[in-house]
Ligand binder design. Structure first.
Ligand code: AMP
Ligand code: MG
Length: 495
């Protein structure tokens, strides 16, 4: 977004907080303060991210600054607020809002980019609905690990600046150590933010929010005569591209409620998410997703469903004539599957080392996915194996069905003008060698949460930092799925 003048001067440790969201109509936010915690202690701090934000990473990593990231003493220029929003959760409409999070402000980086700085787990707010406003250490570390892994995988995502232990217990099914996550996002504006304003039938707030979001995330479209339609088109394109990237990396978000879909096109809210090991379209990990609404292969359709809720919210701005508004919005929403397919097919071609589109490519890619589904081959490792020059004599590749496919693929590669080396390099740039393996994430979180042992977490973070470096593989345990005798992986909407 173009930064409105005057830009605040940097204050101590590089904070340069601005507050464009706070200037939106009052129905969208409530000024609120964090509840101080007893014994703040930094558990992880993301120095490279701090530096990119223009912050003094070394100074902020000092123990005496932990209180800043726990909400005890907010940085200079902060004006904390809780954001109002609603959302469709598993299909049902609910009024939500930040029940345990506060936006401190928007950090303006030295390059002039604007990022929300949010504390998650900072105490109750007027939106808490009976919750304690707190978060447990395990789930906050989980968000840290997975969001940083997504970033390393070049998938748009919110980032994690710090996890700070509170020194206080939180009471869930068991007593757990409490923590606050410092989240960095292009913004926290969600489909549910629009649903909230639309439900209130507040036309003025709806228009202000629409223009703010367009200006902030899609400034090149902000001059449009049809801003609501333009915003919908931009978000649809961003989400089509985002969901394609999830599918290409084997990511299952797990709780794609409309309040967990950001208008910026970043992945947001890491709860019960996980990565596929064995490839299967029907995979769900979340214990609460009993009907597979948010199963791996359903993600594109759910994204389209969520975008339809955004479109409904925008109807009053699209056209004063309701029929014309519905027709225009519907026509756009119907474009989603083709836009998604466009991104997904392009991504699959890159994963197979193909530079240009040929009519048989989709079928070729689909045959591989079908073979993986039947054999339960590991998603990441299958593509990693294809990106190396190996003989495919070991399981699961020692299979005539695979070899028949492999011959077809090689024949297709041979038709390209690019050399075999070029396509290998192309594949290596699109197929990660490593993802955060579910069982290793779990092990690292348990060690940190139950035994205050951060070593496994630090090893995991180091292993997933450069997933496209095929020449320096992380140690073997980071490359393998859980042993076959391990029970199916389940995730919980841990809070
Ligand atoms: P999340 O699981 O963080 O996406 O949260 C979904 C909704 O529940 C949001 O409105 C949160 O603010 C609210 N929520 C989750 N956990 C708590 C908690 N411990 N206290 C208050 N509100 C919460
Ligand atoms: Mg959420």
């Amino acid at each position: 977004m173009t930064t409105p003048l005057p830009v605040p001067r940097p204050s101590a440790n590089g904070w340069r907080l601005e507050h464009s969201y706070a200037r939106l109509p009052e129905v969208l936010h409530v000024a609120w303060k964090a509840t101080p915690v007893q014994e703040p202690r930094l558990v992880v701090f993301n120095k490279p991210l701090a530096a990119a934000l223009g912050l003094d990473a070394d100074a902020l990593a000092q123990p005496e600054n932990a209180g800043l990231f726990a909400g005890n003493n907010p940085p200079e220029g902060a004006a904390p607020l809780a954001q109002a929003y609603a959302g469709h959760q598993f299909g049902g409409f609910t009024v939500l809002g930040d029940g345990r999070a506060l936006l401190l402000g928007e950090q303006i980086t030295p390059a002039g980019t604007r990022f929300d700085i949010q504390l998650k787990g900072s105490g109750p707010t007027p939106f808490s609905r009976g919750g304690d406003g707190r978060a447990a250490l395990g789930p906050m570390l989980r968000e840290y690990v997975i969001s940083e892994a997504m970033h390393a995988l070049r998938i748009p995502t919110t980032r994690s600046l710090a996890v700070t232990a509170t020194g206080e217990p939180v009471f869930r099914k068991e007593t757990l150590p409490g923590a606050v996550l410092t989240r960095v996002a292009a913004s926290h504006i969600r489909v549910g933010t629009f649903e909230w304003v639309a439900a209130r039938r507040d036309a003025q707030a709806l228009e202000a929010l629409t223009l703010h979001t367009l200006q902030r995330h899609y400034p090149e479209r902000a001059a449009s005569d049809t801003p609501a339609l333009e915003l919908l088109r931009a978000v649809l394109e961003a989400q089509a591209s985002l969901i394609a990237r999830w599918m290409l990396a084997g990511f299952v978000h797990g709780v794609m409620n409309t309040d967990n879909m950001a208008l910026s096109g970043e992945t947001i809210d890491y709860g019960p998410c996980a990565f596929l090991d064995r490839y299967h379209p029907d995979t769900t990990f979340s214990s609460i997703d009993r009907n597979g609404r948010y199963a791996f292969a359903n993600q594109p359709a759910v994204a389209q469903w969520n975008l339809a809720r955004l479109a409904e919210s925008l109807l009053p701005l699209i056209d004063t004539d309701e029929t014309r508004a519905v027709d225009a919005a519907t026509a756009l929403i119907h474009e989603f599957p083709a836009r998604y397919e466009h991104h997904h097919r392009a991504g699959l071609r890159a994963k197979l080392g193909l530079f240009h589109e040929d009519s048989g490519d989709h079928q070729l890619a689909q045959s591989l996915l079908d073979w993986m589904t039947l054999t339960g081959a590991d998603h990441t490792n299958t593509f990693r194996a294809l990106s190396s020059e190996q003989a495919f004599r070991e399981p699961p590749f020692a299979d005539p069905v695979f070899h028949e496919w492999h011959a077809r693929w090689k024949a297709r590669l041979a038709l390209q003008s690019q050399s075999a080396t070029d396509s290998l390099l192309h594949m290596q740039a699109h197929n990660p060698v490593v993802i955060p393996r579910n069982h290793l994430v779990e092990e690292a979180l348990t060690a940190a949460s139950d035994h205050a042992d951060l070593a496994p977490l630090e090893r995991l973070l180091a292993a997933i930092a450069n997933p496209f470096d095929h020449s320096a593989l992380p140690p073997a345990p980071f490359l393998e799925p859980a042993p076959p005798e391990a029970p199916p992986y389940r995730t919980f909407c841990g809070t």
